[in-house]
Write a protein that binds this ligand. Structure first.
Ligand code: ACK
Length: 513
């Protein structure tokens, strides 16, 4: 928890916070902002306010979610609480003064929105794609008319309105409407009804459907945002004291050692990968882990930090409750995944890979076993970048039996050439695993047989399974083009699966009047 910035008479702390407001009073140790150092007045809000006022930058944010402080430097808050921003120089953590408790400290930036901005509205979701909007609205807890507004994926100035609907034929489904901007300000769905702001538009359609499938009833609950650090203490460093982590049950065995369910500071579940001694050079691993920590995308498993002072090294990651996609597909949960879910997972993996593609990072071991599944079929890529720091020869020698021949592109096998295009090949294999509910690729064939046949031009045939449509099979074949340059980009693949309309199996179209 952060520091109290005003005398108690200026405002009393909220009752439900677990720590007292005086805890950690003098203990801000990693304030990254030299403006407030080493001045002892740095946590005096009036002093800070006067500086902000001079610069004319008073900024108040409103909490979109509740948050419980995790260490000495952060501030607890409840949804709806208002906070004044004192320092926004760190991207992920804002230094604020809580306007009710008067506590100064850090808060996660993506838990709040500017008071006057549309982002603070319950119904507005900034980073939600059409597919994600479908997924969120289709949650059984949401009734007909539940809605959200999101930036349009096609029109940078426009927005989309997604509404849950029901009819006899299709049951529950989601309709998407374009909200178009006017040149001189204002928005409309139908030219008959033009509104000065998005809020005015939403208010109007909440009273009258005006031709929409249903009147707007409830804003769709927003999913809790991703956190990239365990707490503000770890925003600039990633060495985690080993005694802050208690290991629990084994989740499984990875390429590099066992994976455990862990508990950080008795407050947060984490996955702990232990690094088998001698698997790779500690220094090479740490250098790579430092890069990995910088890669952030909601479709990549977050790396929180490492415990590297003693062996075995721990890699501390975001915990994904359902484990690997391969396990999920093969177990009972797999049977509950319908075509829509499979397309959603394909889109999420492509989206994570599109991010790696944009950063020119090669995964080298993309497969269903390296995709993890969380609640609501959230899929995230894991072990990205780890393969890259492996010494190639060692990897083949020590893990010969695990070398992912069936996932590796021909140029990787014959020439040891790995590129984002060889990841595209692996993605095609992953699609086959996905749509066959975890079948081993090239069933009944050994690795060497696969290599021989694939080099001669053999490709897995389309299984006799209606889930793999002709169109999806064609996509797999393009991923397995012998010439890497002919394979699609992950940008294209993301677009393809994001836009895939499961009801018509045709490219998706937004509803216009
Ligand atoms: O299918 P699983 O239970 O999910 O077995 C594998 C095993 O460890 C080896 O990779 C599990 N695992 C790996 N990373 C995580 C994570 N971040 N969250 C949850 N489970 C994980 C994986």
């Amino acid at each position: 928890m952060g520091n109290l910035c005003c005398s108690p008479s200026q405002g009393s702390p909220a009752k439900n916070f677990h720590k007292t407001p005086f805890e950690g009073r003098t203990s801000i140790v990693s304030d990254p902002n030299p403006r407030y150092h080493p001045d002892p007045k740095r946590n005096n809000v009036d002093f800070v306010r006067s500086r902000v006022a001079k610069s004319g930058r008073t900024r108040v944010v409103v909490a979109q979610y509740s948050y419980m402080a995790r260490d000495a430097n952060d501030v607890s808050f409840h949804k709806g609480d208002r906070m004044e921003v004192l320092d926004d120089s760190d991207g992920d953590w804002l230094k604020v003064c809580h306007l009710t408790t008067n506590i100064v400290g850090f808060i996660p930036e993506n838990y709040v929105a500017e008071e006057s901005a549309v982002q603070s509205k319950d119904w507005f979701m900034e980073n939600v794609s059409r597919k994600e909007a479908d997924k969120l609205l289709m949650n059984t807890a949401n009734s007909r008319g539940t809605f959200l507004v999101r930036p349009s994926e096609h029109n940078p100035e426009g927005y989309s309105l997604s509404v849950k609907d029901w009819d006899d034929q299709r049951g529950y489904h989601v309709k998407h409407y374009k909200i178009k901007p006017l040149d001189n300000g204002g928005f409309y769905i139908s030219t008959n009804n033009v509104y000065p702001t998005l809020s005015a538009l939403v208010e109007a359609y909440a009273k009258n459907a005006f031709g929409l499938c249903h009147v707007l009833s409830h804003p769709c609950p927003k999913p809790t945002p991703q956190m990239w650090d365990l707490g503000p203490t770890y925003k600039d460093k990633w060495e985690i004291p080993r005694d802050e982590i208690v290991l629990g049950r084994i989740l499984g065995k990875g390429n590099f050692g066992e994976v455990y369910l862990g508990r950080w500071k008795d407050s947060k579940d984490v996955a702990v990968k232990t690094l088998k001694q001698g698997t790779m050079s500690t220094q090479a691993f740490l250098e790579e882990a430092a890069i990995m920590k910088k890669f952030r995308h909601n479709r990549l498993v977050a790396l929180y930090g490492v415990c590297s002072k003693e062996e075995p090294i721990y890699i501390v990651q975001e915990y994904m409750r359902l484990g690997s996609l391969l396990d999920v597909l093969r177990k009972d949960q797999g049977k509950t995944l319908d075509f829509r879910d499979l397309i959603y997972i394909a889109a999420q993996v492509a989206s994570g890979m599109k991010y790696l593609e944009s950063k020119q990072l090669i995964h080298r071991d993309l497969a269903a076993r390296n995709v993890l599944i969380g609640d609501n079929n959230t899929a995230k890529i894991s072990d990205f970048g780890l393969a890259r720091v492996m010494d190639d020869d060692q990897y083949q020698l020590k893990h010969n039996s695990r070398f992912p021949i069936k996932w590796t592109a021909p140029e990787g096998i014959t020439k040891g050439i790995f590129s984002i295009k060889s990841d595209v090949w692996s993605y095609g294999i992953l699609l086959m695993e996905l749509f066959t509910y975890g079948q081993v690729p090239y069933p009944g064939m050994t690795g060497p047989e696969v290599v021989e046949l694939v080099l001669k031009g053999y490709r897995m045939p389309k299984p006799n399974n209606p889930k793999i449509t002709e169109d999806i099979y064609r996509i797999m074949l393009t991923c397995w083009d012998a010439k890497p340059e002919n394979r699609p980009t992950f940008e294209f693949l993301t677009h393809y699966f994001e836009e895939f309309d499961v009801t018509t199996e045709l490219p998706y179209k937004e509803v216009d009047y």
